[in-house]
Design a protein around this ligand. Structure first.
Ligand code: PLP
Length: 398
């Protein structure tokens, strides 16, 4: 339960204002949340218990509204000279601005590409020119393959790939192992903020500290993190932060944020005439118009939650979302702990990661291994009860 401090200002006399602090308990109104999602009232989806946010999330009506508006009314080439085209461009601009404001970034610092896998592939190609034979890149075996394979490919150009390996007993990354790997030849450190395997929030401050001490760039995968935490991208300390919007209530797209001095080091990968266009220089596929327009619906949804739960007017999109996510994180932890408490004491189950979810410690992404049967069997049996879960390695195959 989150304690929300509310300040009332009383005009007591001409000179003095008395500020009374009152503490109330605030919880996420889950019925209100569910009302925002058409899938939870549609026949065919409403009776499902959907446990696969690590695989993707349904979208709220605010997103389908924006998507529909673009597709039904504004589906023309944007940024042209006629009114419809201007409207299409405006709708897309709203999407860009919303995504940048959400993570406290400047719109020029973000690239919206079709997926995190592709954004990272393009980034790796864009940084290739900085690397010489013998230079080193550190990847983990806790990451999704999206933040591994594209870097490993650079070995073809003589780059040495070092693997920061998880502890086989608990699936966690140990900082002392990173410390042992990192050296003056390290140019890039690629690491997830939170892995689908264990859900632990990796200590990015420490990772950045080690990397920056030798002048290496840090590429942080936030795909499994962003559904639970609104990142303040510049404050993470990393050089690049990337996540997918289809796990965070939006269309299948990905946001790549780069710190300005890091972005300067990336060679443009788009069309030559877009070389100096911040939005397009790292997007060789070109923007997906309707999907980008629909992204404004993500922050519209967060705003609807904010207005429902808080009375104080806050101008800043990022702050509003953070306050909403504090409620979400508490709610998720409470639910996750019901399952974790059940799983942790069963002798026939090996739970990966910490056995308690808590904001800042462990997300509500839970992976476990049943000793007696394949996980695909459990997933199939749960499906018979209308419970959707995923089975497999979630692309953390290494
Ligand atoms: C932790 C993590 N990183 C990266 C990705 C790749 O994202 P995308 O599907 O947008 O390429 C995923 C997708 O499941 C993921 O879970």
């Amino acid at each position: 339960m989150v304690s929300e401090a509310v300040f009332f200002v009383h005009n007591v006399n001409i000179d003095a204002l008395v500020i009374i602090e009152e503490t109330i308990d605030m919880k996420l109104d889950i019925d209100f949340v569910r009302q925002q999602f058409p899938a939870f009232s549609e026949e065919g989806t409403r009776d499902w218990i959907f446990f696969e946010n690590a695989g993707g999330s349904y979208v709220p009506r605010q997103v389908t509204d924006c998507f529909q508006e673009f597709l039904l009314k504004n589906k023309v080439q944007p940024y042209g000279s006629f009114a419809l085209s201007e409207r299409a461009g405006d709708q897309m601009d709203r999407g860009y601005q919303a995504m940048a404001a959400l993570i406290n970034a400047d719109p020029d610092e973000i690239t919206i590409g079709p997926s995190t896998t592709l954004n990272l592939y393009v980034l790796a190609q864009g940084l290739r020119h900085l690397l010489r034979p013998g230079d080193e890149i550190i990847v983990t075996n806790q990451d999704h393959e999206a933040n591994i394979g594209c870097w490993r490919r650079l070995a073809e150009h003589g780059v040495r790939i070092r693997e920061w390996q998880i502890d086989k007993a608990d699936g966690e990354l140990d900082l002392s192992d990173l410390e042992a790997l990192i050296n003056e030849k390290t140019k890039v450190v690629c690491c997830t903020l939170s892995s689908n395997l264990v859900g632990t929030y990796n200590d990015m401050v420490a990772i950045v500290g080690y990397a920056h001490a030798v002048g290496a760039l840090v590429v942080a995968d936030g795909v499994s993190y962003a559904p639970h935490v609104i990142a303040n991208a510049p404050a993470l300390g990393v050089d690049f932060y990337v996540y997918s919007t289809y796990k965070t209530f939006g269309p299948h797209q990905s946001i790549l944020w780069g710190a300005p001095n890091a972005l300067e080091q990336v060679e443009a990968q788009g069309h030559f005439f877009n070389e100096n266009e911040p939005r397009y220089r790292l997007n060789p596929t070109g923007p997906q118009h309707a999907e980008i327009a629909a992204m404004a619906g993500i922050t519209d949804y967060f705003d609807a939650l904010y207005e429902h739960h808080f009375t104080e007017s806050v101008d800043d999109q990022h702050t509003r979302a953070i306050r909403v996510f504090e409620l979400v994180a508490e709610h998720e932890a409470e639910l996750a702990n019901v399952l974790l408490n059940y799983l942790k004491d069963r002798p026939d189950i090996r739970l990966l990661g910490q056995d308690q979810a808590k904001p800042g410690g462990r997300t509500s992404t839970i992976a476990f291994h049943a000793r007696a049967m394949p996980s695909s069997h459990i997933a199939r049996r749960l499906a018979e009860y209308g419970i959707g879960v995923g089975a497999g390695d979630f692309y953390a195959a290494r």
